[in-house]
Write a protein that binds this ligand. Structure first.
Ligand SMILES: [Zn+2]
Length: 259
């Protein structure tokens, strides 16, 4: 019986197993994109059930303005929701879903700092980081079972999968991205926000503010090392590239003014 599975596993691995991240790193990516999207949608549904949505017009207009400028650079349809939650956190999910907590709006002091966080989160999605984590944690044979697990997020597997998607904090389970993934999201996110015309130099201010705000459940983007100093110095090292990208964006008329 088991022998029948092997050709399927091998062809699945050949089809989707070997991928390259946007920074050129080779990745183990076993889940089909369609299933990752399904998982993202299911996770977003779960969060919306558990967390009140903020309908405040000004907050929504501001967050939409920043998020749309970022997602315009990557294409696709994205849904953006503001959640009433004091934790300074945000997330992006495969399938084009973005969540921003009201608590983040108190720590990110301006549009450029908010763009830093959203660029970072969208970069995790573009880099297939959750696919990589799911692939490393579960064997392919789990496959569709993971989507079913998400349908009951209170189950052990359901919580683990939420954690792997980067939204586990909502369920009291924090599963940090790897250091490599975090650095990748930082640099790719910086390019992304700069290409949208935001000021990349605000990124280092944001990470300092985040650290100062600290306390409580650490958000996804502070939950793992790179240590704070390392993160800021690699952003600084990449700053000349990002500033050039911002300059080009502004010459093309991309001058976001989100308030
Ligand atoms: Zn991150």
């Amino acid at each position: 019986m088991h022998r029948c599975l092997i050709p399927t596993l091998i062809s699945l691995a050949l089809l989707t197993g070997c991928a390259t991240s946007p920074t050129g790193r080779s990745q183990l990516v076993l889940m089909p994109e369609s299933e990752m999207k399904q998982m993202g949608l299911q996770a977003f549904t779960n969060i919306k059930k558990e967390t009140p949505v903020d309908r405040d017009t000004n907050a929504n207009r501001y967050v939409d303005c920043v998020a749309n400028a970022i997602t315009r650079e990557v294409g696709g349809n994205w849904e953006v929701v503001v959640f009433k939650d004091d934790d300074a956190n945000a997330f992006a999910l495969p399938g084009g879903k973005i969540g921003v907590n009201t608590g983040l709006l108190k720590v990110a002091e301006n549009q450029d700092q908010l763009a830093t966080v959203l660029g970072h989160e969208v970069a995790h999605v573009l880099s297939n980081h959750s696919n990589e984590r799911v692939s490393q944690t579960f064997a392919v044979q789990q496959g569709l079972g993971l989507i079913n697990a998400l349908a009951s997020p209170q189950s052990g597997t359901g919580q683990t999968v939420m954690g792997l998607l980067g939204v586990g904090a909502q369920y009291g389970i924090l599963m940090p991205y790897s250091r490599i993934q975090e650095s990748e999201a930082d640099l790719l996110g910086l390019d992304l926000m700069a290409k949208a015309g935001f000021n990349p130099q605000e990124s280092t201010v944001l990470w300092r503010n985040m650290e100062r705000a600290g306390g409580g459940q650490p958000p996804e983007f502070l939950s793992t090392h790179p240590s704070h100093g390392t993160r800021i110095s690699s952003l600084r090292a990449h700053m000349p590239v990002a500033l050039r990208l911002q300059q080009q964006a502004r010459e093309r008329g991309k001058r976001p003014a989100c308030k």
